[in-house]
Design a protein around this ligand. Structure first.
Ligand code: SIN
Ligand code: CO
Length: 403
């Protein structure tokens, strides 16, 4: 992707300019950003998906007219058999299906247009289907989100982040809905229109004039405390016998309540030891960032012998790299030289041509075979030289919306 080329998707801005001017800073409404956009799957198939185990879905309904009454809102988590969904003719309900990209090739393909943002920031593509008047109420997300109107019309009302205090939530509601919502912007989005919202902007989308489908591409941002916890956990996984604190020199104490300074020093060393290796932190970080969502599992090898054909990452596979490592689905590998270049290409393009595959060292080829066995990547009949044409695309656990 040429990140300096102006694109319709971003209203004539280049991805580079969009990232400078809007990303994490201010909303962008783009009329006809994606004029040819189509629903990634028709409504009946979406409803079927929502009925499946392992697919994250929710039904949101508002009973009664008073949206400011928390008790008026109802949320039912999936799986949602068809009989759990209200009739289409009933106004005011919404079906949310998260992680559509994990299940539907066309949804995965939609994400390709947003790869000017690092993959490790991506969460998923969520689809919402709403009957007339349906919506999930005013809320804020901790996510950057591109809201793509794919069918019908939706009115979005948007408010800048509250200054100072944390926004308060509506009491009694099963979703984190805003108690005070003072929108300053309002648009009705038509099919093909797109709205980008940075985190913490209040928003409320309501279907107008009939059924409505919106795809939202969400980008997660790690929270410092949570990331530190996960890093420490991973860094502290002991390989070998645990190193126990020893205090053979501890004298008899007259102050049994006091923490021995030697124990404090031991604790400090225990932490420092994990960071002593300069590669330990980036390694743990890459592993954490490529950990698949908890709901994801891979089908192992189909038994077919390797043919040497082109390879394509499974839509559910998360792959990334840094200067020294290649990360895939929560695992890390040290890579250098030509192998590293090819592996990075695989992460960037999500595919490797048969010719590129032949250039791998024996060790790297064996690794790829392991990944193929695990179902992390697949052989595909033909893949042309890397490009980002959508047609080539075959195709974690916070929640967006009031999470
Ligand atoms: C929706 O599409 O109904 C909600 C999406 C969002 O608010 O992030
Ligand atoms: Co939202």
């Amino acid at each position: 992707m040429d990140v300096n080329a102006a694109t319709h998707l971003l209203g004539g801005l280049s991805p580079a300019a969009f990232m400078r001017r809007h990303w994490q800073k201010k909303p962008l409404l783009v009329r006809q950003a994606w004029p040819e956009v189509a629903p990634p799957l028709p409504r009946p198939q979406l409803f079927e998906l929502a009925a499946q185990e392992g697919v994250e879905s929710r039904l949101v309904q508002r009973r009664g007219r008073d949206a400011a009454d928390g008790r008026a809102w109802q949320v039912r988590p999936g799986p949602l058999p068809r009989r759990a969904l209200p009739p289409l003719s009933r106004a005011g309900w919404t079906l949310l299906v998260q992680g559509l990209d994990l299940h539907v090739p066309a949804a995965r393909a939609m994400l390709e247009r947003f790869r000017f943002v690092p993959d490790v920031r991506l969460d998923d593509l969520m689809v919402s289907w709403a009957s007339d008047g349906g919506g999930v109420g005013p809320h804020v997300d901790s996510y950057d989100v591109f809201l793509i109107q794919v069918q019908g019309r939706r009115r979005w009302r948007v408010a800048p982040p509250a200054r100072g205090a944390e926004p308060t939530c509506l009491e009694g509601a099963p979703l984190k809905l805003l108690r005070h919502f003072a929108p300053t912007l309002e648009w009705v989005l038509e099919p093909g229109d797109m709205l980008y919202l940075p985190p913490n902007w209040g928003h409320d989308g309501t279907a107008v004039g009939g059924e409505c489908m919106t795809c939202s591409v969400g980008f997660r941002a790690p929270a410092a405390g949570e990331l530190a916890r996960e890093l420490l956990l991973r860094l502290s996984e002991e390989d070998g016998a645990p190193t126990l604190y020893r205090d053979a020199g501890q004298p008899a104490t007259t102050q049994p309540g006091a923490v021995p300074p030697a124990l404090t020093a031991f604790a400090r060393q225990a932490l420092e030891r994990h960071l002593a290796d300069p590669l330990a932190l980036p390694r743990a970080l890459g592993e954490i960032l490529t950990e698949p969502k908890p709901s994801v599992w891979f089908d192992g090898r189909d038994g077919a012998p390797a043919t040497g054909a082109a390879l394509q990452l499974d839509p559910r596979t998360r792959m990334a790299y840094d200067e020294r490592h290649v990360f895939i689905n929560g695992e890390s590998f040290v890579a250098a030289g030509r192998d590293a270049r090819l592996m990075r290409g695989l992460a960037d393009d999500r595919r490797l041509t048969a010719q590129q595959r032949r250039c791998l060292s024996a060790g790297a080829a064996e690794l790829l075979e392991d990944w193929r066995s695990a179902g992390w990547l697949h052989e595909v009949a033909a893949v042309s030289a890397p490009g980002r044409s959508q047609a080539l695309i075959p195709e974690r656990a916070a929640r967006r919306v009031a999470r």
